[in-house]
Design a protein around this ligand. Structure first.
Ligand SMILES: [Ca+2]
Ligand SMILES: [Ca+2]
Length: 344
């Protein structure tokens, strides 16, 4: 047994005897510095650490208790835990300019009446933080972005660690959303909802692999101008100008539109935001309303009324904001449906 081990035993033995024989209240007044503490050895990559490294114990109420690693009677660090009974603390080791969370024993619950805990801490400096999240979409300084954009970045970790990735609004510093269990080398997406039109936004991303994290640059984009919902477009595709129709069939060119019998009136309608309805009029009287197209962008209605001579077909398309488009054509028609029982 070497000299150091003997010192350890000589130190521990009276402490144990004290714990057994002296009431706790007496212990804490008489030995405040030794008692109510966490003591242990700090290992860095499995080697006993050099002295002078700072170890912090952070409790849930945000109080900060730090000590500097030093050799002390066989215990290498010594953090007071008085008044933290019932709380859970987390260790952080500040080393090489960054915080490391010990690989084992990283959290500790302080029970009341405990004199001290012996807890060795191991940190692994061979772990690297995730790389800065990069390759944003929308790209930095993008314009005309929609008001519910999908935000996307590429995240990587040099050690192939799985990450949690947080997206933040840089103006309010609130979280937009996060994604857990993200493998190294993944492009991830979240949606930022209900932004204002024609406004600049700033965002950034934090990739965290539970021990270390890294923060992206701040990126910005500007949303699109408020949508003005243009009116629809409409085109009468049947009857065509200067055609002769017989019972719905186009037969030949004619100086005017001449229709014998019934005819399907067809329009081609389009709108960037969607069509609400299409109305069919004869001589200004509403005859039919269609809310569904018969085929892509084509709305039709079979006109089969007893009519002779000249009449006016009008079709009005309404978009979802009530904007309209109208097409009108004059036709000559001779239709006696009551005399033509062979209707389709
Ligand atoms: Ca890592
Ligand atoms: Ca429109």
């Amino acid at each position: 047994m070497d000299k150091r081990n003997i010192h350890v035993i000589l130190f521990i033995m009276p402490l144990i005897l004290l714990s057994i024989t002296i009431p706790t209240t007496l212990q804490s007044t008489a030995h405040d510095k030794l008692l109510c503490a966490i003591k242990g050895t700090l290992y860095i990559n499995d080697e006993i650490a050099p002295e002078g490294i700072r170890i912090d114990l952070v409790f849930s109420d945000d109080t900060f208790n730090s000590t500097t690693f030093e050799w002390e009677d066989g215990f290498n660090y010594n953090i007071g835990i008085a008044n933290h009974e019932g709380q859970t603390g987390l260790f952080y080791v500040f080393y090489l300019g960054q915080y490391f969370i010990p690989v084992n024993n990283q959290s500790i619950f302080i029970e009341s009446g405990v004199v001290f805990y012996h807890m060795d801490l191991h940190i692994d400096t061979t772990n690297n933080p995730p790389d800065k999240p990069r390759d944003p979409d929308p790209a930095n300084n993008s314009e005309n972005i929609n008001v519910n954009p999908t935000l996307s970045v590429l995240v990587t970790d040099p050690d192939n660690d799985v990450m949690t990735v947080y997206f933040y609004d840089n103006t309010t510093h609130t979280e937009i959303d996060h994604v857990v269990n993200v493998p190294n080398g993944t492009r991830i997406n979240v949606t930022w909802e209900n932004l204002d039109y024609n406004t600049s936004y700033e965002w950034y991303v934090v990739a965290n692999e539970s021990l270390l994290e890294n923060t992206s640059d701040v990126w910005t984009f500007t949303t699109e101008k408020e949508d003005s919902n243009e009116p629809p477009t409409i085109e009468l595709i049947k009857p065509e100008s200067k055609r002769f129709y017989f019972r719905n069939r186009s037969l030949f060119r004619f100086p005017v539109i001449l229709i014998i019998g019934y005819i399907d009136i067809k329009v081609n309608v389009s709108d960037s935001k969607g069509i609400e309805k299409v109305e069919f009029y004869i001589d200004g009287n509403l005859k039919n309303t269609r809310t569904e197209s018969n085929e892509a962008e084509v709305y039709s209605w079979m006109w089969n009324e007893r009519r002779v001579f000249r009449h006016t077909i009008s079709v009005i398309a309404y978009d979802t904001d009530g904007n309209t488009a109208t097409t009108t054509k004059s036709v000559f028609i001779f239709n006696f449906p009551l005399l033509h029982p062979l209707r389709p």
